[in-house]
Design a protein around this ligand. Structure first.
Ligand code: ZN
Ligand code: ZN
Length: 361
């Protein structure tokens, strides 16, 4: 963990991400965790060439002593830790980078009010997020373990069948199975969406029974040791009709075409385009409204972004999802999602459930 702060300082000195800032105030809790190991709910980090300070309040004295990397000085502040940042500034002119996607307008005003006029505040964008996009081997192992746990939990709940259970029951059983296997939480609200409800990409599970012969979209993930998994499979609750099967096969072709593109040096928008073309050729272009995928790590949606507008280019160590879908309003939805890590020779898929259409009793 300790050299993550050094890498952040190097990135800061480079335009445009760091805006040339000499010091960086990190306030996003997930970024604070990434840099220090701290998992509490109030903390900030100040990183400079000669000083690394972790700030929290009195509730976290013991937890921070146990968790925070020893390369940081620990500073116990009031609840509003920003109030103490001014006292930690070096003398003279300095540019202090801050996370403009995280700091509220109110916090920025408090900070500005307390800081001496010699300190210039510089919006430093997503410098830590950019660093987090490239995973270290230990992070990849954690994500791999989260994927294995989530795969096993899904297999377990499928043994109970789908038809006749409500979407909400299946979602709860799945989240329960993940917790029993050691997950601290689900990565996001589990999606179980049958038949026409599956046409909503972000459907909430309902108290509605799954009928035989419907397509059922299940999108789920586990958080294990802080790291998320993310996977989607579409099952059939009994033999589906021919048009439903054809859409399933089309989405699978698109998913495989997308996966094929995932390797170092490929522009994320080209990977998105490869999958999208398959769906366009199948006549369903209008029914694939979201992007192909996203990075996954400490957060379930992080860098890079696999969309038609993305400027990101894949690098070794990125962990990304590949998840095309077709959503036919009033009829059905199909989405197939794998999580993979980009390797020097291409990609390694971390989610291992079968992808041919599985008919569940
Ligand atoms: Zn997902
Ligand atoms: Zn996803």
């Amino acid at each position: 963990v300790s050299d993550r702060a050094s890498r952040l300082l190097q990135a800061l000195s480079a335009e445009p991400q760091g805006r040339g800032a000499e010091l960086m105030l990190v306030t996003s809790l997930v970024n604070v965790r990434y840099l220090t190991g701290f998992t509490g709910s109030n903390g900030a980090v100040l990183v400079g060439p000669d000083r690394r300070v972790f700030l929290t309040d009195f509730r976290y004295v013991e937890q921070s002593a146990a968790e925070v990397d020893p390369s940081f000085e620990r500073h116990i502040a009031g609840r509003d830790v920003f109030e103490d940042v001014a006292g930690l500034m070096p003398p003279g002119e300095v540019r202090l980078g801050f996370e403009d996607r995280d700091l509220t307008v109110h916090q920025h005003a408090t900070l500005r009010e307390k800081l001496p006029a010699t300190v210039e505040l510089a919006a430093a964008g997503a410098a830590v997020e950019a660093q987090r996009a490239v995973k270290e081997p230990g992070e990849i192992e954690r994500i791999r373990a989260a994927c294995e746990l989530a795969d096993a939990a899904l297999r377990e709940i499928l043994d109970g069948g789908l038809a006749g259970r409500t979407e909400a029951e299946v979602a709860l059983a799945l989240e329960d199975a993940m917790r029993h296997r050691g997950a601290s939480a689900a990565s996001f609200d589990t999606i179980v969406a049958a038949g026409p409800h599956g046409a909503l990409p972000h459907a909430s599970p309902r108290d509605v029974r799954i009928s035989p012969g419907q397509l059922v979209v299940i999108d789920w993930g586990a958080v294990l040791d802080g790291y998320c998994s993310d996977c989607t499979r579409t099952f059939a609750s009994g033999e589906p009709d021919e048009p439903a099967r054809a859409i399933y096969e089309l989405v699978l072709d698109a998913q495989l075409a997308g996966l094929e593109q995932l390797r170092p040096g490929v522009a994320c928008r080209d990977a998105d385009g490869a999958a999208r073309r398959v769906i366009e050729r199948g006549g369903h272009a209008e029914q694939f409204g979201h992007s192909l995928g996203h990075g996954v790590g400490l957060e379930v949606h992080e860098k890079p972004t696999l969309s038609g507008r993305s400027e990101d280019v894949l690098e070794v160590g990125n962990v990304v999802s590949c998840e095309p879908g077709v959503y036919v309003p009033g009829e059905l939805g199909v989405r197939i999602e794998d999580l993979c890590v980009i390797t020097p020779s291409g990609r390694e898929v971390l989610t291992h459930l079968p992808k041919e259409l599985v008919v569940v009793g």
